[in-house]
Design a binder for this molecule. Sequence first.
Ligand SMILES: [Zn+2]
Ligand SMILES: [Zn+2]
Ligand SMILES: [Zn+2]
Length: 437
Amino acid sequence: MLKAKSKIGLVFFPAFDWAIDPSHPEREERLLYTQDQIFEEGLMDIDGIQEFKPDLVTDQDIQRAHFCVPDEPTVTTSSHYVSAGGAKTMARELMEGRIEKGFALVRPPGHHAMRVVHGGRGFCNINIEAIMVEYLRSQWGVKRIAIVDTDCHHGDGTQDIYWHDPDVLFISLHQDGRTLYPGSGFMEELGGPNAAGYTVNIPLPPHTSEEGYLYTVENAVMPILDDFKPDLIINSAGQDNHYTDPITNMNFTAQGYAKLTEILNPHIAVLEGGYSIEAALPYVNAGIILAMAGLDYSHVLEPDYNPAVLKESKETLQYIHKLCDRVMDQWSRRGPELSQKVFGKKEFHERSRSIMYDTDGIYEGQKEILRSCSDCAGSFRIESKSDRDWRIIGVHIPLNACPACKAQGEEWYEKAAGADKAYLQDRSRDLYLKKSL
Ligand SMILES: [Zn+2]
Ligand SMILES: [Zn+2]
Ligand SMILES: [Zn+2]
């Protein structure tokens, strides 16, 4: 009998009762088919691979990562509580030592959900990885975490949640935003004034295949992780870089995903996108699970797998090599100096932006003010208004807040005015308050 080299935990949650509409690419067959294949191929019979049932997250788990407008139940379904709960289960099993690695095969996905949530964007309502990461930091005291997003789309929601936080490194590899939703994820998006350089975007050209993708992992992602020295590595394991995916333009493969998993060696992988239900998902997932278990995956091949046809052009590979050099150069300049160059030296930094919720057809306008701080991640205050007539003020106090940022955050919350509701997200006390204004 095959024996896994590491103890692996898996959670399956296909969410039977949740779909955007029956013909939408984000539907339950995505996981049902994969789940069947994994069982049929005997992966669950391997000694050391164990299935766990997902927990539910609580409202407080969600409040650590989000300001839900007007509240958590309104912008979610019960499936979202289970999907995020599946990731939380893997985190708890890992921290309690029952598993060495975990893979949450759950949906609905989460990486497009930002800190403020008025509804769904990019099929996402709440951010599964961020909820899990905040659980790990609050309940288990984990200090430094790296999230590596290998979904084909830019993980703009995760980026937003960790924009100001230098203790959570966010690296996103994705198809260049000039050619794919959500149209962001350029190198110039490098984190906020207190965390300059700790958001790393690597926009890859369309048609990137095994060689280019794995080159990027080995020559940019891994050296950055070696420098950052995270206590845990989380992988947002979207599978839509696959050459058969119907909504993207990449040429990645099951072998590529397996090798990526072997190199990255994440503690927890969380499924994100991947819409090629029969031609990609069963192979990619089998490859990932075998790689996590430290077992041979060389036989996991799509029936029409032909690396010669999928291979990148010389120009594409040269472009990727230069891109990785630029990513490493920017990473080497991270911190206060890069911040001063990009944002200038100010006591408070302000920004305004508009956010579109394509899934629910909502527009949001945001004004944010951040306290510049070299002692902690800095408190900030967000004024958010949606075209559904909600106006809220959300105040965030970071986990390791210094006394001055704590006092500033508390004052912002006390004096909040000119909105329907005010929220306090005090990560330093794990305290979440809300009041009507
Ligand atoms: Zn990504
Ligand atoms: Zn995706
Ligand atoms: Zn501070």
